[in-house]
Every structure is written in C-alpha cells, then in structure tokens.
Write a protein that binds this ligand. Structure first.
Ligand SMILES: [Zn+2]
Length: 269
C-alpha cells in the first residue's frame, strides 16, 4: 500500500487536507477513526476557517471563525482525546479565507512545504477532477494537493486518496458509521438536531448503496491517484453523464464571491 520510501518512521501518518471544517465528517470520518484506533498519527489541515459559514452578516468574518474553530476542536475530540484532554487529531489551520482560497504559486508552495515537512504516508483530499462538489474552495484544494504531490520526487510522494469522487477505485472497509454523526453534531452552528436526523438517514442510504461494490462490508470510497497520463480526464460516457446531469445540476450556477468582502469584514488589511 505504501509508496513513500522517504518516511522510515514506524508510526504511520495520515494527513487530511480539507477546504473547510466539517468536510472530513462528510467524507472520511470512519477512515480517520480507524487510523487513530490503529495507532496512526493523524493531522488535518483546514485550508479556510469558514468565515462565511453563516447567513447572518453580523456573524460573518472573525466572529463565525472563532465559533467554527471551537466547534472543529470539539468535533476532533469525538475521534479520541489524549491524556491532557486535547484531540488526538492534530489540527493545522492553514489561514486562507472561506470562499476565497486561491489556486496560485504562493499557496501551492506553502502547502507543498507543509506536506514535505510532515512526511505523511497517506494524504486524503478532495477529488477536483471527478468531483461531486464544485465549490471553488474544494476544487482549488484538490488541485493544489494534486499538483503539490505530483511535483515531488516519486520517492517523496505519499499515497494520495481523493474523496467526493464519482470515479472511486479504492475502498476502505469500515465497521460502523456512528463517528460521522457524532462528530458532525459538534458543528452545531451548521446543522440542527432535526437536520442531523435527516442527514443520518440520507448518509445511511448512501453508504449502504455503496455495498454494491463492497458487500458484505460498509466502506468509504476514494480515488487512488497513480499520476499516470490522462488518469484525470473524463473519458467514459457514464462519467460524462454523471458530471453533466448530476454534479453540475446539483451545484447550480457558478458561485459568486461571498459578500461582504474580506476587507469589509476586517479579515485582510
Ligand atoms: Zn467544504
């Protein structure tokens, strides 16, 4: 399974790179929990801090950021805590702004340096090529992680698994789904108790339908990246149809930048 020959450490390291707090809960929560239970070191990068994660203008910016960071720490604790009460997951706040994550050289170099310094064995990030979520922060995160790892020397590259993919080819079997809802419930500003119940039902149906591929096991699905030519191009008619008739329609028209602007909210000088 492992490709990374640079990391000789006996402790296995998993790095999840998410655009927003709560993305892990929707995509790879069970994998994270199982890695921690197996004694893996788990790091989670949050590219942004959800500064626009509310419809209330008086909460946007620094106020909701404080709330979302607190909720994220509480959600991380649901996966397990250390003796000092802190979450086992090491949260790394990357510092970009929700809805404004750029795909540029500055962020690329910062992210690549972070990955090289951390030396994870496995990286989990959004799939931006066969993506079920066309939010710009998700697309940019996926592209940034992909090009950062592709630009490394082959022996430095961790195994890259992409979530939210409509072309999965790699399944990690899981024992149960409970951690998803348990952790998601800590993001209280994002979801009501009733919404949580509804989501639990939808998520259950989604996961059980995946058993077509993974029966008799439940599993989380990813696209394993090989860095082969053309592996990211949509070639099959099935994928073309999913992209045009499901993903694009689900996502609606391209998103405008969030308002008020980060400058008006005092997030940037
Ligand atoms: Zn997100």
């Amino acid at each position: 399974m492992l490709k990374n020959t640079q990391n000789k450490s006996k402790i296995m390291k998993l790095l999840i790179i998410n655009p927003h707090p709560d993305d892990a809960e929707f995509t790879c929560a069970c994998t994270i929990k199982q890695a921690l239970d197996l004694g893996w070191e788990v790091h989670e990068v949050l590219m942004t801090s959800d500064e626009y994660g509310t419809s209330r203008n008086d909460f946007k910016g620094k106020r909701i950021r404080r709330i979302r960071k607190h909720e994220m720490r509480e959600a991380a604790k649901a996966y397990g805590t250390k003796l000092d009460g802190k979450p086992k997951i090491n949260l790394i706040w990357f510092g970009e702004i929700d809805g404004y994550l750029p795909f540029n050289k500055r962020v690329f170099l910062k992210l690549k340096t972070l990955i090289l310094n951390l030396k994870p064995h496995v990286v989990i990030a959004p799939d931006s090529f066969f993506s079920l979520d066309l939010h710009p922060d998700h697309l940019h995160t996926g592209w940034l992680v992909y090009v950062a790892i592709k630009s490394m020397k082959p022996f430095q590259r961790p195994l890259l698994l992409l979530y939210h993919s409509f072309n999965p080819n790699f399944y990690i079997t899981i024992k149960d789904l409970s951690i998803q809802m348990e952790a998601l419930s800590k993001h209280a500003s994002q979801i009501s108790p009733l919404g949580l119940k509804y989501l639990k039902l939808i998520r259950g149906i989604y996961y059980y339908s995946r058993m077509i591929h993974t029966a008799p096991y439940l599993a989380e699905g990813f696209r394993k990246v090989e860095f082969k030519p053309n592996e990211n191009s949509i070639k099959k008619l099935k994928h073309e149809l999913i992209y045009c008739y499901i993903v694009k329609r689900m996502s609606g028209p391209p998103r405008e930048h969030y308002l008020p602007t980060p400058k008006e909210l005092g997030l940037i000088p």
